[in-house]
Design a protein around this ligand. Structure first.
Ligand code: ZN
Length: 248
């Protein structure tokens, strides 16, 4: 029974190095999803990416941080295959993981992501303790969402089972309570605790102290395997998400 803790960090902002330092300090693993350009935010240089890659996995996040649901087929191929080739050039290895910007994807984009050579797709879906194919959900974002937002997030996407599971937590929105609740579930059933976030958002909302508390809380659990997102592909056991009708 796999018990996994993984983390991922989107957008390649230079402050990602602060996250990398903290991951290192608490012996946690993580994947950084980096676009080549981001009209909304600063992106670190390719030299910095190569340096970050010495210790951490770097995954695809398109070339221009675009919404995949708004692209036609040829632009999907350009953004996704382009991201694969660019990361291969910058890091010297074939990338494994991909994260669609804004959590936006559809069946056409999922097929192109897998055809490009990526093996793990991470979404922005929250409050899942399971490993899923063809898209990976997450458990917690390093952001203080309200209980109302969590409920809306799950129900709009028709995730009734995950909604019920979250209700049993007392519908909590407290990060440490959520961590304890989902780790307790994974202790009994196996699964994957997936923390994700954005360094620019942590800066904007002054969440660095909270990030360190969360990292400390997740660290040093001997019964857990700590891994990068790319390693999840070897542990995925369920296939209950249909690629032709991906839940969003
Ligand atoms: Zn992004």
């Amino acid at each position: 029974m796999d018990k996994i803790i993984t983390t991922s960090w989107d957008d390649g902002h230079p402050l990602d190095f602060r996250i990398a330092e903290l991951l290192d300090k608490y012996d946690l693993k993580g994947t950084f999803y980096i676009p080549k350009k981001n009209p909304q935010n600063t992106v670190m240089s390719e030299t910095d990416m190569a340096q970050l890659h010495h210790k951490f996995e770097i995954g695809g996040h398109t070339l221009n941080h675009v919404n995949l649901k708004k692209l036609d087929n040829s632009n999907l191929v350009h953004e996704i295959n382009g991201s694969y080739c660019w990361l291969n050039e910058v890091t010297g290895v074939k990338p494994i993981s991909f994260c669609p910007p804004f959590g936006a994807y559809n069946a056409a984009s999922l097929k192109i992501i897998y055809l490009a050579g990526f093996k793990v797709i991470r979404t922005t879906q929250l409050l899942s303790p399971d490993l899923l194919l063809p898209v990976n959900y997450t458990t917690l974002q390093l952001f203080n969402h309200s209980s109302y937002t969590y409920a809306k997030h799950l129900l709009i996407r028709g995730r009734v089972t995950d909604f019920k599971l979250w209700l049993y937590s007392g519908a909590t929105s407290d990060m440490l309570n959520l961590i304890d609740y989902y780790l307790n579930y994974i202790d009994m059933n196996g699964g994957c605790f997936h923390l994700w976030g954005h360094s620019w958002e942590i800066e904007k909302f002054n969440l660095w102290k909270q990030l360190e508390i969360v990292f400390k809380h997740l660290s040093n659990r001997s019964e857990y395997s700590y891994m990068e997102n790319g390693q999840l592909s070897n542990h995925i056991k369920h296939q209950n998400v249909n690629i032709n009708n991906p839940n969003q």
